[in-house]
Design a protein around this ligand. Structure first.
Ligand code: IPD
Ligand code: CA
Length: 263
């Protein structure tokens, strides 16, 4: 398995190729056409497949690790000696298909125990969030940190929930935030928590997969964020694109307040 820095270099080169290849497909019916059923049981759009094929090819040539677990292709042995990469080739496929400029490549590398590096590139504007375990997080190469907002009522959070959860978990539990967002690409939203643009990310749906979240979680942790289930207990993802979880990621004070209300 490659070290974290070599992994990030390859992610960067591969994502530049993906950006070029998908750009004519963005905002087109052809790009968003469903072409097969993905391993995660949701349809794979043409732009997902184009992006995934490029990354699988480059990661196989460079023998980055032993396996890739990808949202569309599932578990693929790419011939390295150890480790697993979690790939969402396009996080925010709907946004990409509709021409909403908020969609990303998200890739994390694990040694089988811990995620050791994370990479998220917003393909619409090229912003790149990275982290290597123990070394902090960066946006376009510059160190980033979570916000220091300490009042829930003045905070901005991404909150994903269904109507019933909005009533029973958000309104009734008193999760009153100043600005509530649901931007459609969790990997970027987690990265926005890492750099302080958002104060937290709360997903109550229970269908966030390891491929959506692994990179963004490391980027948040390394930027000083706290990660758990909404009630404060440990969040453990499975190496399975059909397994979904809830998630809370926030700066330490907002995390303390939300888990206090949710627990
Ligand atoms: C979206 C992404 C996003 C998640 C949204 C999904 P799409 O799916 O997976 O991260 O938070 O709820 O709708 O647009 O990639 O099919
Ligand atoms: Ca996707």
């Amino acid at each position: 398995m490659l070290d974290g820095h070599s992994f990030l270099d390859i992610c960067s080169a591969a994502s530049a190729e993906v950006k070029k290849a998908v750009s004519p497909l963005i905002g087109t019916a052809y790009g968003s056409e469903n072409i097969v059923m993905g391993a995660d049981n949701t349809p794979t759009e043409r732009l997902d497949k184009v992006a995934e094929d490029i990354i699988l090819k480059i990661f196989s040539e460079k023998k980055v690790c032993k396996y890739i677990l990808s949202e569309e292709a599932g578990l693929v042995d790419i011939g390295g000696d150890s480790g697993i990469a979690y790939l969402d080739p396009i996080d925010g496929s709907f946004n990409a298909g509709e021409g909403i400029p908020f969609y990303a490549v998200s890739i994390a590398l694990s040694d089988g125990v811990d995620v050791i590096a994370g990479f998220v590139m917003n393909l619409a504007n090229g912003e790149t969030f990275t982290a290597v375990k123990g070394e902090g997080s960066k946006l376009n190469g510059k160190p980033i940190h979570v916000s220091n907002k300490s009042e829930l009522r003045s905070s901005a959070m991404s909150i994903y929930c269904r109507t019933q959860e909005m009533k029973s978990m958000i309104i009734e539990k008193g999760i009153h935030v100043r600005r509530c967002r649901m931007l459609g690409a969790s990997a970027i939203e987690l990265s926005y928590v890492a750099c302080g643009r958002l104060d937290g990310f709360l997903d109550l749906r229970g269908n966030l997969r390891v491929t959506d979240a692994a990179a963004g979680i490391l980027i948040c942790r390394e930027a000083g964020g706290i990660v758990s289930l909404p009630d404060g207990s440990e969040c453990v993802f499975k190496d399975d694109v059909k397994y979904g979880s809830k998630l809370l990621v926030a700066n330490p004070e907002i995390h303390r307040i939300v888990t206090g209300l949710m627990g």
